[in-house]
Design a protein around this ligand. Sequence first.
Ligand code: GDP
Length: 470
Amino acid sequence: MVIGTIADNLGRGIEGVTSSVSEALFEPVIRLGVTGLSRSGKTVFITSLVANLLDRERMAGLQAAQSGRIRAAFLQPQPDDTVPRFEFENHLAAITGPKPHWPESTRHVSELRLSLRVQPNGILSGFQGPRTVHLDIVDYPGEWLLDLGLLDQSYDQWAQAALAKAEDRAQAKDYLALIDGFDGAAKLAEAKALELAQSYTGYLKQAREDGYSDCTPGRFLLPGELEGSPALTFAPLPSGPSPRGSLRREFARRFEAYKSQVVKPFFRTHFARLDRQVVLVDALGAINAGPRAVEDLRQTMQGILRAFRPGRNSFLSSILGKRVERILFAATKADHLHHNQHGKLAAIMEALVRDARDRADFAGADTRAMAIAALRATVEETRDHKGVSVDMVRGTLLETGKQAAFHAGDLPSDPNAILSPARAGQGAWLEGDFNAMRFAPASLNLKPGEGPPHIRLDAAAEFLLGDRLR
Ligand code: GDP
């Protein structure tokens, strides 16, 4: 890796800096990144957060809302003309319409600007009128964030690590069979390149679906507008000679193109400008998928934290731009659990972050872990089962449309009861089992001023934005 090429102009341009200075003086802008692996809940989170900031009755935990200092909130055209707008209205209609359904998930980066008229509460507040604070929400796939780990690897380093990972995963069986005995030094044939890339992508998709988190390269899963392009038509091959014109040589070239033309521009254009970040994690989904998925999630958290706080002298610090000040790690879909288990879910989330933070030599930004549900799809009830009362949640099942009450399993009070077997490579949980159930969004009957029901979305907003709304 050549440090010079990595560091090439990836910081912010001069124009960017001056415009942000003037904005900071007059109308402050908070750039909030919302990320997480696919289906972690980004789309639902942004939709519900914005709806609940527009109608703030359910936001008691956000001080500026509770005290009435947020006088008004309104959507505005976003500042970045070339980034697709987050389709807030369509997504909100999906969850609040007469036949509520989950909105379409994040497939690429998008943005939305919400502006708030806020009455300051400092000593001079009586002399000041309300000021405008812009909240620019940037939604992007966590898969793309994990690609950061590829930047300091050569094709061969990446390929060997990727193959070692594949060996441990049943989903990679077909791909491994395809390259078994295959000669990477053979002349490049585009049909073969495509076959390998498609098979490798198929494996990544299946692994992701089965609960694994680390499935890079991220664009293989969510290619956006790059689908089918040469920069995505490569796959890992075992080490060996790579003569000119060979498949292995071409794959190495495409891997470099992927890094320089796909990964780096994403970090420069979007990531480097964030102030605050929420990382959404489907921890329940991973627990449900088993210890291996949890261990994979733990390692993935390390990769994510690395992006937020590279060591001071790391080459990454030169491309990652300014420092993200606050990062919230939120375990989503907490409405699958009775509230007496929410603390345990938050503790597991906290343990995952702490572990990753220690290992990633992380210091600096203020981090917090929480269990939330951006859109509460269930109600709680306690039922008597063979003389024992069981805490359950009830909702409409997505598959059948029928109402059902359900107990997901008991999370342990000590997060190590989850993390240790995961780290030890255990195949299944020895004690207890966890079930996943997918609920449809409930029919809502919102009163004027009320946003959609949620769990701790207001506390999440207070941590992420509260200090900037004073
Ligand atoms: P994205 O891929 O990160 O944008 O994920 P989405 O926001 O589309 O969410 C993926 C799926 O997770 C949704 O279709 C829902 O089934 C589920 N989900 C997301 N948020 C919640 C929540 O707060 N409660 C419940 N019960 N399910 C949720």
